[in-house]
Design a binder for this molecule. Structure first.
Ligand code: ARG
Length: 606
């Protein structure tokens, strides 16, 4: 349970608040080293527990190492701990565990310090050693419809970006879109011969509609071009010549290609906007962006002997990558016809990110099916010395999106489901849910629509983020917008309910009252709130947003129990009313912050 406070003397104000569990941990650690000097610096392994507030399990292993009796050692440690303001009670249990209870006043005081944090960080410290992370996520392909796989990369990546930036990391976003390769020869040649096929009205106010129009135009174009390509030999030859022109940088060919990219971007931006996600144009550096580096990358690999020529192709071999017959399967950096592929691009991107962008971490939010590709690419870069101890590369691999039937997500006709349709449907369903309660809550038509978007998009994001990324998950809209269970709507309602109580109370910043005794449900809620900082830092360091989702769901569950057992506005005394208002307000702020780190909005009225 250790949080490292920000060590730098940067511009950021010191916002960190030592959590209660940390101060208990520190007290135990010093008691431990006073009892057993060789245990100095050892972790007492403090955990939240059902029996007391915390349990420390670290003594057992330390006693074993020191050849001491664990119960005796535990008893000695206990005698070194000063009970009082923070630790109210500490006792030995079982073979040598410590059960620790903290005082009500310490809980409230600690939460009050988080609440008082003017920076809005709720006392969350910055990471101890922030660096520069280049994150590769939300990378759809030009002239192709986006599908649910692209959704996962975008949603997970966006949350990781929020988390990292919150901990003080410098984050460079890279949307490595598929905008290069042989199929563009066919498309360019076709568009060049039919220049008016992409003309359509783009209205600045209605980007969503123009995005869909752009994609349906591209889709139509792709299909017609493909037909011609398959039936007309002469067109085929012209198309092939076009690929060569493109890679050679022929200005006219490039101009037509640019048109494709621009059209596709209109579409991408409309989807990202629907997803309530910020994607900036300069951060879109597609495969084409590394074209100028490809030859050099190959030269460096060949000269250093990392890559070798094999049947004309430039290859990198690995002892542990073999085909079904035990034949080696190399990473092909350059094909025998001289063409460069996906791997050459990724290797060049590594050079750019390490040497130009000065990354200390390279993150790739990409489908688990590309795991072998990245393993080979990273290993190649390591052999070339581009990746070393100072730079780590990680693929944050995610699983497949499945339909309700547990099979890869398809329409009834077996086609890939369009992302746009899916998001629209989520929003429609959510809007119906919101509308149901709208009158009671007093929502205007405009608010119903806005909340419908926040709830629908939130539901889709949360479903994705609440399971571990590597696992496949079922896309089930009914479940996603359900008001009960582990859904974003449940969390959004928890937040809105608090806002409604706070509005009724009309108190801007209720004060904490550490002198008051706490009910069991208040203690449970408070001790969970105390874990927020630690959870955020852990989740950011391990790139596991699902653990933040789990934390927030538990927070909302503690809140539900609290409501059942503790009246807020009808509490026993004015001081208790105020203390409970403070507690729910801090809960709301924590929910809000946590949800925003997942990329999900929390409307005030729902
Ligand atoms: N465009 C690729 C796809 O749709 C994902 C790109 C992943 N990033 C990378 N650097 N290779 O599958």
């Amino acid at each position: 349970m250790t949080i490292h406070p920000h060590e730098e003397n940067g511009t950021s104000p010191m916002a960190s608040v030592t959590s209660l569990s940390d101060s208990v941990q520190q007290q135990l650690a010093s008691a431990l080293s006073a009892t057993l000097p060789e245990a100095a610096g050892a972790d007492p392994l403090l955990r939240r527990s059902d029996r007391a507030d915390y349990q420390a399990n670290g003594i057992l292993a330390l006693a074993k190492k020191a050849k001491a009796n664990p119960r005796e050692l535990a008893t000695q440690v206990v005698s070194q701990v000063a009970t009082g303001a923070v630790i109210q009670d500490i006792e030995v249990s079982g073979p040598g565990f410590l059960n620790i209870t903290v005082s009500d006043g310490a809980i409230t005081e600690n939460l009050a310090a988080r609440y008082a944090d003017e920076t809005g960080r709720l006392g969350v410290p910055f990471a101890a050693h922030p660096g520069t992370t280049v994150i590769d996520y939300a990378q759809p392909n030009v002239a192709k419809e986006m599908h649910v796989g692209h959704l996962r990369s975008a949603v997970i990546g966006d949350s990781v970006v929020q988390l990292l930036e919150f901990t003080g990391e410098t984050v460079v976003r890279r949307h490595h879109i598929g905008d290069w390769g042989t199929q563009f020869g066919m498309l360019i040649q076709y568009l060049d011969e039919h220049p008016h096929e992409l003309d359509h009205k783009t209205s600045a106010e209605d980007t969503a509609a123009s995005g869909e129009e752009a994609m349906s135009n591209l889709d139509r174009l792709y299909k017609t071009a493909r037909k011609l390509f398959d039936s007309d030999e002469e067109f085929k030859t012209r198309a092939r010549r076009r690929v060569v022109d493109l890679q050679a940088g022929d200005p006219h060919t490039l101009a037509v290609w640019q048109k494709f990219v621009d059209e596709s971007k209109i579409y991408f931006f409309s989807v990202f906007e629907k997803l309530d996600m910020e994607v900036r144009d300069p951060d879109i550096v597609g495969e084409s962006g590394y074209n100028d580096m490809l030859a050099e990358t190959c030269r460096l690999l060949e000269e250093s002997g990392v890559a070798v020529r094999s049947e004309g192709a430039l290859c990198v071999f690995f002892d542990d990558v073999k085909g079904p017959e035990g034949n080696p399967v190399p990473l092909i950096v350059q094909k025998s016809d001289g063409g460069y592929g996906y791997a050459a691009t990724d290797l060049s991107a590594i050079r750019d990110r390490v040497f130009n962008l000065k990354a200390s971490t390279l993150l790739y939010v990409v489908d688990a099916r590309q795991a072998l590709h990245f393993r080979m690419v990273f290993e190649t870069a390591r052999r070339a010395g581009w990746l070393n101890d100072g730079v780590t590369a990680v693929q944050l691999a995610f699983g497949t999106v499945l339909g309700k039937d547990g099979k890869p997500f398809k329409t009834r006709a077996g086609e890939t489901v369009k992302l746009q349709d899916l998001l629209d449907e989520a929003v429609d369903r959510a809007t119906a849910v919101v509308r149901d309660k709208a009158e009671k809550v007093g929502l205007s038509e405009q608010e119903i629509e806005e909340n419908g978007r926040y709830v629908g998009i939130g539901a889709v994001k949360y479903a994705d983020l609440s399971t571990s990324a590597v696992r496949d998950y079922k896309f089930d809209l009914d479940q996603m917008v359900s008001l009960n269970g582990d859904t974003s709507v449940y969390l959004q309602y928890a937040y809105a309910r608090i806002q409604s109580i706070l509005r009724k109370a009309g108190e801007a910043r209720p004060a904490a009252h550490p002198e008051l005794a706490l009910a069991p449900a208040e203690r449970a809620l408070g001790l969970h709130l105390d874990q927020f900082a630690e959870t955020v830092l852990e989740v950011a360091a391990s790139y596991e947003p699902h653990k933040l989702a789990a934390y927030l769901y538990q927070l909302a569950s503690h809140l539900t129990t609290f409501y059942d057992q503790c009246p807020v506005l009808k509490a026993e005394s004015p001081a208790q009313i105020e203390n409970r208002l403070f507690l729910v307000d801090l809960t709301a702020r924590t929910l809000h912050r946590g949800m925003s780190l997942l990329g999900i909005r929390t409307p005030d009225k729902l």
